[in-house]
Each structure stands twice: as C-alpha cells, then as structure tokens.
Design a protein around this ligand. Sequence first.
Ligand SMILES: [Zn+2]
Ligand SMILES: [Zn+2]
Length: 392
Amino acid sequence: MKQKIKEYVQTKLPGIIELRRALHKIPETGFNEVKTSSFIARTLEQAGFEVTTGIAKTGVTALLKGNGPGKTLLLRSDIDGLPIAEETGLPFASTHPGFMHACGHDGHIAILLGTALILKELKNQFSGQIKFVFQPAEEGPGGAKLMIEEGVLDNPKVDYALGLHLWASIPENKIALKAGPLMAAMDRFDLDIIGKGGHGAMPHLCKDPVDAAAQVINTLQRVVSRQMNPLSPTVVTIGTIQGGTAFNIIPDKVHLSGTTRTLDKEVWKGWESRLEPMINGVCTAAGVKYKLDYQPGYPPLINDSAVTEIARQAAAETVGSENVIEAEATMGGEDMAFYLEQVPGCYAFIGIGTPGCAPHHNSHFAFNEEVLGTGVKYLCNLVMEISNARNC
Ligand SMILES: [Zn+2]
Ligand SMILES: [Zn+2]
C-alpha cells in the first residue's frame, strides 16, 4: 500500500501544485474565504464528492466512505490567508493586494484536496470513513470552535482528528511529532487604565495612567516569574500600548493589549484570576481605574499518545524513520486544539525549512512545493494505518 500511495502521489503531484498555485493567488482572511471555499467545493465536486458548504460561514466538508464499517477520521486543513503584502516575486503571487498566504495554508488545502482525490481512488483499501474538513479563520478569530458548534464532529460521529502544518523551523522533508502538549493555549486581553489628565508639569494634580501602565506591565511579569511553576512554561506579552498626545500632557487614558500562553490546561483556566488582582493592586495604589476585558482563545493543543505512535509509523513510511523527529513544543497557538480537546488525534509538523528561508507570516515566505507530496503521502499512510489498526 505504501508503494501504491507513493505512485499515486507521484502522478498527481503536478496537479496538486497547480491547485496550490491557484489558491496562492487568492488569499482571503478569516471568514472572508469566499473564493477559496468555492474553489475547494468545485474541486471536490468535480472529483465526485458530495460537498457541504457554509459551515462556520466559509467552511467546507466532504465525506468519503471506505469499504465497510469502521472509525470516522476527521482530516483538517485551515484555509485562511493573512493581511500581508506579498514580496516573493513568484509568478503565482497573490492577486489580492495587501493579502498573502504567508503561513502555508494554501499548501494545507492543496495537500488535503490531493489526499481526498487519492483516497477516493483507494476507498476499497480502508474501512470506516473520512471527513475532509476545510476550516476558515485559523489565524483569527478562530473557525474550529464554530465548526464544532455547527456539528462538524457529528453525523457521523468523529473518532479521531488529524492535521498538519508546514513548518519552516524544521528541515525540509522531515516530519516532527510529539505526544502530549504541542502548542499553547492562547488568550487575548485588553486593558484600559483610566486616570485624570492634565499638565505634564503638575503630576500632583493628575492621576497618571502612563505611570500606572508602566507598573502594570512590570507587575504582570511577576505572575510568570513568581506565581507559575518554572517547569511549566508560561508567557505574558503586552503587544500594544497606546496613550497620550503630546510630550507635556498627562493623558486621561492608556490602552494596553496582550496575550497569555501556557501548555497547561489548568493554568489556562486560571489566567484571568491571576492577572486581575495584580492589575487591581497597581491601579488602586496609583489611584486610577481600569477596565479589563479578558478573552479566552484557543485551548492547548494536546496530541493523543496512541494516535501519535501510529502517526510515527505513517511518517516513517513517508520519509523514512531517520527523518521522523521529535517536535519541540511551541508557545504559538492553533485552533486545531478545539478538535483535539473533544476527540483523540495528532497534529504534525511537516518540515519546509531551508537555510535562510523566510519564517511564517513574512512577506517573503515560500517553500519547495515538492513537500506537498510529502504531506499527501503522510496523510494517506496515516489513514491506512489508523483505519486498519485493531486497537486504536
Ligand atoms: Zn500562521
Ligand atoms: Zn498557520
């Protein structure tokens, strides 16, 4: 079967690259993936799939039945691009000014479409069924949660969720896997610090929100350094600070926004109750008011150990065991975590890294498209391994 899959991928790779290039030209941001989603639906329909559109606004799904009863596997690709002006100079560069597939999601779509086309031809070789899920808005505000709310894990009920990300910090054609926590829970918070403005020369007549903001920023790092277990990584980052109009005016208000990260589900649930008292303490002492808007984001992404073991076999069949490496956990977030919160599964990194290559979310981001074949082979091998495994 491994050989058969290899041959199919070899034959279909030029077509898969064409799909990726067509998608690369039309990047659209989260929940605006109108052209992208109709491209996906059209490609699947032309291959004879029955397609459901409009899930989570721009999501697309298709179901493929194997040769008899068995497990239902969800295979997921994200489909959104980013608000970045492309500077790759590629002949198939973005035709949407100011927008770019700079994270590789165009590659993910092409990989999943390629996988769907090949598995359709191999449907007598596996049992159960495959649910292909093309999900909007991974980069934000998050489409996975909405897809689950709209029933993507039901009818038929999904047993396992699988996915991958092309990954620039891993050398090309290596596959990196890790059981347990792989990516961080990711929240956002917005904080208004409200004081009383006035002349910069007369701070005693004001309540200075800039000074309070400076202390809040410092104090929030104390949550990480003094309250969290140092063996369990956590991050608090303030990403924006806005306030003031002139060098000699104390403003009325300062706005901060930031993000928290953790790989631990318990820590994730407790962030707000740790940050808020620290902010309260500083603001009370400074005599200013505050408004904290804490918005929980994606849960930590946790891979199931048994499924990850099977994924290792599939990866070894794809690139050879010497090219299957242990993934390092990252504090980046990923809404694939929502599926993996509900059902066991595995999220993998497919290496696209070359010396000096541009990182994800960079206007020069690009990768060798041969890697798309690696992604397709891996997913096809994985479906065969899981569908035909007895004890999974
Ligand atoms: Zn990204
Ligand atoms: Zn991404």
